[in-house]
Design a protein around this ligand. Sequence first.
Ligand SMILES: *[C@@H]1O[C@H](CO)[C@@H](O)[C@H](O)[C@H]1NC(C)=O
Ligand SMILES: *[C@@H]1O[C@H](CO)[C@@H](O)[C@H](O)[C@H]1NC(C)=O
Ligand SMILES: *[C@@H]1O[C@H](CO)[C@@H](O)[C@H](O)[C@H]1NC(C)=O
Ligand SMILES: *[C@@H]1O[C@H](CO)[C@@H](O)[C@H](O)[C@H]1NC(C)=O
Ligand SMILES: *[C@@H]1O[C@H](CO)[C@@H](O)[C@H](O)[C@H]1NC(C)=O
Ligand SMILES: *[C@@H]1O[C@H](CO)[C@@H](O)[C@H](O)[C@H]1NC(C)=O
Length: 364
Amino acid sequence: MNREKSYLKFVRITCLVISTLLFLAIHNEEDHVSTVNEDIMNADAKIDRLKMLYSNLETTTSVRRIRTKTRYPDGMHVPFLLNNRNMCRKYEKISVLVMVHTSVGNFWRRKEMRRTWLNSSHYSPENLQVIFLVGTTSNKTVTGLLKNESKKYHDIIQGDFVDSYRNLTNKGVMGYQWITENCMNAEIVIKIDDDAFINFFKFFEDFSFLKQRKRFIFCNKINPNSMPIIRQNSSKWFVSEWFYKGRDTYPHTYCSGFVVFISTDLIPALYQAVFTAPFFWVDDFYLFGLLPSRVKNVVHENFRGNLTFMHPEGLKCYKELKRKCKYLVMPARDKELDVMWKAVIADRHQSIYGNYYMRERFID
Ligand SMILES: *[C@@H]1O[C@H](CO)[C@@H](O)[C@H](O)[C@H]1NC(C)=O
Ligand SMILES: *[C@@H]1O[C@H](CO)[C@@H](O)[C@H](O)[C@H]1NC(C)=O
Ligand SMILES: *[C@@H]1O[C@H](CO)[C@@H](O)[C@H](O)[C@H]1NC(C)=O
Ligand SMILES: *[C@@H]1O[C@H](CO)[C@@H](O)[C@H](O)[C@H]1NC(C)=O
Ligand SMILES: *[C@@H]1O[C@H](CO)[C@@H](O)[C@H](O)[C@H]1NC(C)=O
Ligand SMILES: *[C@@H]1O[C@H](CO)[C@@H](O)[C@H](O)[C@H]1NC(C)=O
């Protein structure tokens, strides 16, 4: 009996000490976040070091969760239902990692994307890799087709959360987690929606300098206090009064999520920031505004001049001006993909292997 009592006392004191330490740790989080991504020599060391940091943060976060009952994104530490974790490890260096937010059911669109502008062999010797980020669906046929697709192409990452519009934040957080753990050897990361089209010939010719930048986000930038928060509950974009109570505009610089270029060094820091940033469903603001606001010295730069949101405008530009067209990114979905691709490659040179090379000097 006595031994049991003193044991309980010991447990209580230990708990008290631990929670005090955790409390202190929580209040140090900001510093953690900002020191994460000093330059480290190789990808594996980087990955290992960051994994250690998560294990600390995991504990502090769960304590905080109990204390405040705050909800954090499901995409944080999700079990991957489909994973292709060796994709980046196969290569020493990856020029670009494209992460695509796509709906589970968009099979045909993904196939077209892989065949056309997301096919790395067109850009050799550059190495472009793609991950498609999806959630779950209750449709068993679709789930089966997705498994088969993953086996065939090894580029699907599926998290354990329902694939829906108001769950897009989870998808992005999952992407940040996946890259931190598996793909720090990418020179730059590009997040796109699955109706965006990037002319990578132009990217490698004119925008390669982006790969040298650090702590850098390049996108269609939205300035702080300029975008209204929609409070009408009839709207698709309705935000409940609980979020940013009393505010009518978004308080941080952020991006429209259609296309966002992010320097790879920022990704682990953004992922770390998730542990201090409660879930908010407006993914563009959460992923490219709220999280960066918690990391020191992040620069957002505006990319509006080289982007169009209108497919016909992009197509017309390429048909008329060919490689002189100023647009790097334009929309193209489903059947539009092939049309846009053909317009883009119309004045590229084809090698004997049937690939389109970006520069004449690659052709003998
Ligand atoms: C990518 O292009 C190469 C060469 O043109 C081709 O052999 C390959 O099948 C293409 N990949 C996909 C997924 O379409
Ligand atoms: C599941 O998806 C398939 C393929 O898209 C579709 O044909 C079928 O109607 C769906 N089933 C249900 C129950 O929604
Ligand atoms: C997936 O592939 C297996 C083996 O090729 C096949 O038996 C199965 O029918 C496929 N599943 C779907 C949903 O098409
Ligand atoms: C988001 O995913 C979670 C986990 O699967 C699910 O419980 C929730 O209903 C989803 N939310 C929406 C709006 O679909
Ligand atoms: C939407 O807002 C109106 C007016 O503010 C309110 O009367 C109504 O109950 C709300 N509807 C829902 C579903 O919350
Ligand atoms: C990007 O857009 C700007 C403004 O429209 C234009 O002046 C510039 O030439 C474009 N850059 C490239 C590389 O096409």
